[in-house]
Ligand binder design. Structure first.
Ligand code: AHR
Length: 334
């Protein structure tokens, strides 16, 4: 079968830093003295409520978002790290509303529970752009635009890597490391994968637990999987690379060979995972594009000028086998 690598969405932006404390969340502004005076500045201000810093993918996404003021000096950025907690993100949004930012951008940790605060943003006439994961709200007018990935498709692509390798009739015991429960990335990837293996009668998910998208938890949960079913598991399906990286350590410590005794597929495409693929310790990557800063800048401009082209922009992403990963490794940007 053919795999192809498609270039990630391009664009541009800029920024700097300053800190305003907020109930456990960490926020920075490109201009520390302007955190309460966006209206006095001619610059347009984007308030970004980030999920946290749970993974290599997230670090790359944060870096891309923070490029915005560099890409366009007419834009400033206020950045808040929600530390994987919805309540921190809600507080950050309220703070952005109070500061009268021009755009609120939200990468939501989970899908539900946003109706009230997004209604507050709408009442304050601040457009909201959802980035990366999605939200489920009763009133769709609360969201001006969405930029991100098709998470269900990512799950289907991961399943296809397994099916292409083993065939539909193989007998497989699959261990699943889920992402953060309730997040679009976890819900979509699980749904897409499970749908795609429906016609494989002997594929069984024998273990399934969240590793919260982190390396440490991925390792911890994989250790527990191996303790109870170590000799049974022949496939590991990890909703992101970082959990797979942790799990690979656990597999090696258990005395098995990752990538050989256990076939491994994961989502993201961070450099560490490309290296592990090149070393033969993992078997398939489904790419998820974190370089969303330029796209957010472009969409923000369109919204502010009243010329929004697309309400939904889905990133173009690729799939990599070991051989393709080896070739791609020197080109990886994150
Ligand atoms: O929402 C995107 C996911 O969030 C990435 O796949 C994962 O690494 C991150 O934590």
């Amino acid at each position: 079968m053919k795999f192809k690598k498609l270039a990630a969405i391009a664009a541009t932006v800029v920024l700097a830093t300053g800190i305003f404390a907020g109930c456990g969340s960490q926020s920075t502004s490109s201009n520390s003295s302007s955190s309460s005076s966006s209206s006095s500045s001619k610059k347009k201000v984007i308030g970004y409520a980030q999920v946290g810093a749970e993974s290599g993918w997230r670090t790359a996404e944060t870096a891309s978002i923070k490029e915005i003021p560099k890409l366009d000096p007419n834009f400033d950025l206020k950045f808040s790290d929600g530390q994987q907690k919805q309540e921190n993100q809600i507080k950050a949004i309220r703070s952005f509303i109070a500061q009268k930012v021009d755009i609120i951008a939200l990468a939501p940790v989970v899908e539900t529970g946003w109706d009230t605060v997004l209604k507050e943003a709408k009442d304050a006439k601040i457009p909201v752009i959802i980035v990366d994961r999605n939200v489920k709200v009763a009133d769709e007018s609360l969201v001006t635009a969405f930029l991100g990935s098709d998470m269900e498709e990512e799950g289907r692509r991961a399943a296809k890597l397994v099916i292409d390798h083993f065939g539909k009739d193989a007998k497989l015991n699959i261990a699943e490391l889920q992402g953060t429960v309730g997040s679009t990335a976890m819900i979509g990837r699980q749904k897409g994968f499970n749908e795609a293996i429906k016609d494989c009668p002997n594929y069984k998910i024998v273990k399934s637990q969240t590793g919260d998208f982190t390396r440490a938890k991925g390792k911890e949960v994989m250790e527990a999987f191996l303790k109870s079913d170590g000799d049974k598991i022949n496939v590991l399906w990890a909703h992101n690379d970082d959990m797979a990286v942790g799990a690979i350590q656990a597999i090696e410590e258990y005395g098995k060979k990752p990538g050989k005794d256990i076939f491994i597929v994961s989502v993201d495409g961070i450099k560490d995972m490309f290296q592990l693929m090149a070393d033969g310790k993992s078997n398939g990557i489904v790419e998820c594009n974190p370089l969303l800063g330029p796209q957010l800048l472009e969409t923000s401009k369109q919204v502010l000028e009243g010329k929004l082209k697309y309400k939904k922009v889905i990133s173009k992403e690729g799939v990599f086998t070991q051989e393709q990963a080896k070739a791609e490794l020197p080109n990886r940007k994150y």
